[in-house]
Ligand binder design. Structure first.
Ligand code: GLN
Ligand code: ZN
Length: 754
């Protein structure tokens, strides 16, 4: 029995890579210094795996920005606009990642998309010509040699052909067809180069295989790999999958001449059943048992039982992580504020190495009384401190009616029209206003107890005043308080709820070298006291216009946290839903007539297989949202907001959330969603974002009028709201003020014509 790691985090225990790259970009570090620092980091990461006794350690899992980008770059998939800049190789790479604006031109970066069902974003390679598709194995070989010098015979990791091919954006079908053969050649050359360099194992990452696959997909995969595998010579090839199971192609994978097959037994619900159908005697099973996505300790007994089962079918097993460890923070060693009683339940990347080592030891020892096993068992018995009986009782007593708001949408619309007295095309914003330096530094000072609670309150109140005054001046119809008191839309609520824990350094890469620090759901969630009511009440007291209450919804809070593993996601979400429900009712009681419940991340965790969407997710996610707002009066208007525009395929479900108004990101997708809304006879009122807040650009009045006209052409004028496409907190004050002024002016101009 051996063990392995699919890929290791590259950002560094204290985000060293991020800080170094930022310094380089500000010209405070030379390229040589940056590269030297990257080399040091790789060394550190390899050695910690070696010291932990990992048998299969990966090389080429490092990246300055993203490994899909690295693969595209290595294969020469570089859009013309980058080549035409004539920059040196590293600068070209950075231009693809971040865009370029300077002497040599002005080009946009590659698009960014969520990496499967994670919060990591990959860069979408663009292929607009095939001539230059050609291997450049420099980085790959360098890293292999570097590891070798440290005494590590690494397996070389690279994104596999099939996954890459599915993710590339091809400019035309013709280019796509031609690219196939060229890519095949480039991969073949790669194998030749790796053979020459003495590499023993290559790992092709093929997570795309866990989707529902078409017959054409399967044929493409098979024909490519048949060809590739006939050229492998002395290399051993590991086909690595993760984020689910490979039920559509398992039998074919067994027949193909792979030396190792990596399956995910954490997210792959069918993986065990597949292996039970049979496994091939000449392959090694890389069994992904140590969760690469969550931070809770492995349950050794469970893993050992699974291994015992697998052993009946696979002679050769390598104990593996379930996916790259990129998706968990680096180490608990830098957490000084959390009690040991909590930390002993956590395993970040470094601690997962220890788990791999211990599991291997336990598996070989076959001793029920082994102290390591006993200690682990004890951990899983201490669950009491996580329980809150009252919350669970409340959930068990929920009735169907608690998930249904009444009267129906149409009747509510009439009542709200009378009560709220809003004009046609009401204008509003999504909630947050710029988090300027003073906002962030004052919050930090408060957290460090350098200023008193009352000074902090006073500061925020002055910001709210300013914000309300500005919105009144420019003539927005529904106002917001600005969210100055919030660091982050999830962390802010987590901090005010019972059941959450926060790390100091639990950073996880999200895009480029940027990281997020997800809260940990530790125990049953409950609300101890009102969270936002005082701020909203204060803001409303300043204006005769309506000010929206602003909350984050339960599904988003769950999706952007590390979830519990001892209760279901559904149960956890319902607990959060009840807490937010209480907040909604308190806001209403405090006189707030419009309440927005953001579900920014609702679409994000849709299962990768469409066939699982309903039973695995939507069946509880949508009711959880309903539970949050079903208790309000008919005249109270409920808004929600979503951060994506691609929900054509779940329109019915979104209507079933039964909010009165929904705003969403639409400006970048050219409002193509409007057609689907029309087609589906979408009933909820909608605010499709009229401009893109992810760019500092100020849209002109004319441009905004055109957008509004476009919306009017597709939707009923009584149904439309006017707003930007997301919160404004990352933007500068100047551009926000100018953009909003133009937005209101455009709205007024059009309204006059209606
Ligand atoms: N209300 C939040 C804000 O305006 C919503 C943020 C989001 O959608 N990501 O910042
Ligand atoms: Zn948003």
């Amino acid at each position: 029995m051996q063990n392995a790691v699919i890929s290791y985090p590259r950002i560094g225990a204290l985000r060293e890579l991020k800080f170094a790259l930022e310094k380089y970009l500000k010209k405070e570090l030379s390229k040589e210094e940056l590269f030297q620092m990257a080399k040091e980091l790789r060394k550190r990461h390899w050695l910690s795996q070696k010291e932990a006794g990992i048998d299969f350690i990966s090389s080429n899992d490092f990246s300055f920005y993203d490994t899909v980008l690295d693969t595209a770059y290595a294969l020469g998939i570089i859009a013309k606009r980058y080549k035409e800049l004539n920059l040196d190789s590293f600068e070209t790479y950075l231009a693809m990642a971040r865009g370029y604006q300077g002497e040599k031109g002005d080009v946009k970066a590659l698009a960014m998309k969520k990496w499967f069902n994670t919060n990591y974003h990959y860069l979408v390679p663009e292929c607009d010509s095939v001539e230059d598709i050609k291997l450049n194995a420099e980085k790959i070989l360098n890293e292999y040699k570097e590891a070798k010098q440290l005494g590590i015979e690494s397996k070389v990791v690279i994104t596999g052909f099939f996954t890459l091919f599915k993710l590339i954006h091809f400019q035309s079908e013709a280019i796509k067809e031609e690219a196939k053969a060229r890519l095949l050649n480039a991969y073949k050359f790669l194998l030749i180069e790796l053979n020459k360099a003495g590499v023993k194992w290559v790992q092709f990452d093929e997570p795309y295989l866990v989707h529902d696959l078409s017959i054409a997909d399967i044929a493409l995969f098979k024909s490519f790999y048949k060809d590739i595998l006939s050229q492998k010579a002395d290399l051993k090839i590991l086909l690595q999958t993760y984020f689910g199971d490979v039920r559509d192609i398992y039998d074919d994978l067994l027949i193909l001449d792979f030396d190792g097959l990596g399956l995910d037994f954490i997210e792959g619900k069918e993986s065990l059943n597949l292996v039970k159908k049979g496994f091939s005697a000449d392959k090694i099973l890389f069994a992904g048992l140590v969760n690469g996505k969550n931070i809770y300790k492995n349950n050794y007994q469970k893993s050992l039982n699974l291994l015992k089962e697998l052993e009946k079918y696979a002679k050769n097993i390598v104990l593996n992580t379930s996916c790259s460890l990129l998706h968990v923070p680096y180490t608990i060693k830098n957490e000084s504020k959390l009690d040991k009683g909590f930390l002993e339940h956590f395993a970040f990347a470094e601690e997962k190495l220890i788990e791999l080592k211990e599991l291997k030891e336990l598996f070989l020892a076959k001793d029920e009384k082994h102290p390591l096993l006993q200690a682990n068992l004890r951990l899983f018995e201490q669950k009491e401190n996580k329980k809150n009986e009252a919350v669970n009782k409340r959930i068990s007593e929920l009735k169907e009616a608690d998930f249904k708001r009444s009267p129906n949408l149409k009747q509510r619309r009439e009542l709200q029209k009378a009560e709220l007295n809003l004009p046609l095309l009401p204008s509003t914003t999504i909630g947050s206003f710029p988090q300027s330096l003073d906002v962030r530094s004052t919050r930090l000072a408060f957290k460090k107890a350098e200023i008193s609670a009352s000074a902090y309150t006073e500061f925020n109140q002055s910001k709210i005043k300013e914000c309300i005054k500005f919105q009144e001046e420019i003539g927005l119809d529904v106002l917001v308080h600005g969210e100055f008191e919030r660091n982050d839309m999830v962390e802010y609520f987590g901090e005010s709820l019972e059941g959450f824990l926060f790390t100091q350094n639990g950073w996880v890469q999200s895009y480029g070298t940027r990281c997020v620090k997800p809260p940990v759901i530790w125990g049953d969630v409950s609300r101890l006291k009102p969270i936002t009511v005082a701020w909203s009440k204060f803001a409303q007291s300043l204006s005769s216009k309506l000010v929206k209450g602003m909350l984050t919804g339960p599904v988003t809070i769950l999706n952007w946290s590390f979830p519990r593993e001892d209760i279901s996601l559904k149960q956890s979400t319902l607990q959060i839903a009840l807490a937010i429900r209480d907040e909604v009712l308190d806001l209403e009681a405090a006189g707030i007539k419009i309440i927005q419940i953001d579900e920014a991340a609702l679409r994000e965790k849709l299962p990768l297989r469409r066939s699982d969407w309903h039973k695995e997710y939507l069946e509880w996610a949508i009711p959880a949202f309903n539970l949050v707002h079903s208790g309000v009066k008919a005249s109270t208007q409920i808004h929600t907001h979503m951060c994506y525009s691609e929900f054509s395929d779940i329109i019915k479900e979104i209507d079933a959330m039964d909010a009165d108004v929904i705003s969403f990101e639409a400006s970048r997708s050219n409002l193509s969603l409007l057609d689907s809304l029309k087609e589906a006879e979408f009933k909820t009122q909608v605010g499709p974002g009229v401009y893109d807040i992810h760019s500092p650009r100020v849209p002109s009045v004319k441009e905004l009028e055109e957008v509004i006209e476009k919306i009017l052409a597709k939707l009923d004028k009584e149904q439309i709201w006017i707003n930007p496409d997301c919160g404004l907190k990352t933007r500068g004050k100047k551009e926000v003020e100018a953009s909003l002024k133009n937005m209101v002016e455009a709205t007024l101009n059009i309204r006059k014509k209606l």
